[in-house]
Design a protein around this ligand. Sequence first.
Ligand SMILES: [Zn+2]
Length: 122
Amino acid sequence: MDNYCEDMKKKLIQKKEELGKVVESLLLEATDINVGELSTLDTNHLVDTAMDMLDREQITGKLESIKAMIADIDHALAKLEKKSDKFGLCERCGNVIENERLHAMPWSRYCITCKSNMDKRR
Ligand SMILES: [Zn+2]
């Protein structure tokens, strides 16, 4: 794995940890559950646990978008491990994802053009 991939991997893991903290604070805000115990779970489990416990629409929406982002991060991490030559390429059109975009969101799966086309169709 080259330096670029190492760097991206670090960023992805860091972001995942950040998201885990966001989920913890959501839990803490909404419940009096002892989060210390929960944080030994990995981030994915933490989000699932939070979704089970917090059945409030407002929070569920937030958790769902966090969960989707974590899935994208895991996906990007797997890609870095298994086929790093494909990392940074749009999964739809195969073009190189804009550097700026990849820098801000290393978990991006699509280039800006594809992403905006997909958003429009939704
Ligand atoms: Zn594309």
